[in-house]
Design a binder for this molecule. Structure first.
Ligand code: PSV
Ligand code: MN
Length: 387
């Protein structure tokens, strides 16, 4: 049996990137609820993200969404973040909120619209140069609603050409990650619906292009850990967008709906060598906190990932391999489940204290007065949302 003290050093390098948009307001198409203390500016979002890092030691980078987080001086924003103890991470492009993109962006039949979408990505790469960000994450809201509406093959060809133009501008130390999603906002077909399509495109682009796996972007019942194992095996897993879902792309707190699935995913990362200081895989959150307080929502999220990571590290891999090779089905499953059922919360609390962090980051945050302070300070202005 692997013990907590054996795995503890491996936890020290864990880093989870938080999304700037998680700190702004979000909602459904029915209602967006405002929350007292919600940031009005990207600086306030970064301050909140830095607070999550201060209490957990788990979230040293923040990913930005352009144009939601557009500022005049990204070098100054970088210094601002660094002064607060965090770095700017992945830059997310946005080709889903402009009227020109109603029928497509990188896939559009009109060359001028395609060029506009390409230019937006080139502008995002300029931002990356200023922020020191490594990854450009592309998620495309492109697809069709009705059979016959678009030429499925022609759209793929235009997509490949547009992506190649963007990729040409990606720096030697930078990467392009292409996210897939099986439906929404398009309902009949999506141009990058699955990992295979993303893999086909990034493989054609080159060695600095990878797949981004958003855990909420699969049909119910999909074996996501299999996709994880396969992408790691192929050397093309670039990043995760973690969240959890019950029905569609719910963007709920990771590990809330199905902690066992999170455990299984993290086990494949560890098994595949994609966890730890030598791994280039970016572990990000992509979540929205529609009804709960946002900072505690993010704290709960990173702690859930840490907790399931610890459990996954506890799997006795030697014993598991032996049971697998012996064909001992039930013993193999028992070894796996023993780790999953191990309650690591007390060990993690003691380990955090030993590293100068609060044993219970959630309680420490709630008692810190930060929430009351931002509620008192952030009066007036326009609360940040998806705009
Ligand atoms: C799309 O559903 C997505 O998961 C993409 O990652 C976007 O960047 C993010 O949501 C926010 O719109
Ligand atoms: Mn996502």
């Amino acid at each position: 049996m692997t013990t907590f003290s054996e795995i503890a050093p491996l936890l020290a390098s864990q880093a989870i990137e938080v999304p700037s948009w998680a700190y702004g307001n979000s909602g459904t198409r029915f209602k967006v609820f405002g929350t007292a203390g919600t940031p009005r500016t990207v600086q306030e979002k970064i301050a909140d993200a830095a607070t999550v890092h201060r209490f957990t030691g788990l979230a040293p980078t923040v990913s930005l969404h352009i144009p939601w987080d557009l500022v005049d001086d990204f070098a100054a924003l970088r210094s601002y973040a660094e002064d607060l103890g965090v770095a700017l991470g992945t830059i997310n492009s946005n080709t889903f909120q402009d009227d020109d993109y109603k029928l497509g962006a990188l896939t559009h039949t009109d060359k001028a619209v395609r060029q506009k979408a390409i230019d937006h990505h080139l502008a995002c790469i300029d931002v990356m140069d200023a922020t020191g960000s490594r990854d450009l994450k592309i998620w495309l809201a492109e697809g069709t609603n009705y059979p016959g509406q678009g030429d499925l093959r022609g759209r793929q060809d235009r997509l490949a050409e547009s992506l190649a133009t963007i990729y040409e501008r990606i720096g030697q130390e930078q990467r392009l990650v292409l996210e897939y999603k099986f439906f929404e906002p398009a309902f009949y077909h999506t141009d990058v619906p699955d990992w295979g399509t993303s893999y086909a495109h990034v493989s054609a682009l080159g060695e600095r292009a990878f797949v981004c796996l958003d855990t909420g972007h699969h049909a119910p019942g999909t074996n996501i850990e299999f996709i994880v194992a396969q992408l790691i095996r192929l050397g093309k897993l670039g990043s995760f967008d973690f969240n959890s879902r019950f029905y569609a792309d719910d963007d709920l707190i990771v590990g809330a709906a199905d902690p066992y699935q999170l455990f299984r995913i993290l086990f494949e990362c560890i098994r595949g060598g994609a966890f730890g200081p030598d791994s280039d895989v970016a572990y990000m959150l992509d979540q929205c906190h529609n009804i709960e307080d946002k900072i505690p929502g993010q704290i709960r999220s990173v702690l859930n990932v840490q907790e399931m990571t610890a459990r996954a590290l506890l799997v006795d891999r030697d014993a598991l391999t032996k049971a697998q090779e012996d064909g001992d089905v039930l013993l193999a499953n028992e070894i796996f489940m023993d780790a999953f059922y191990t309650d690591v919360r007390a060990d993690l609390a003691a380990w955090r204290e030993g590293r100068g962090l609060p044993a219970n980051p959630m309680r420490a945050y709630l008692e810190s007065g930060y929430q009351q302070q931002i509620e008192a300070d952030r009066v007036g202005g326009t609360q940040a949302g998806w705009n």
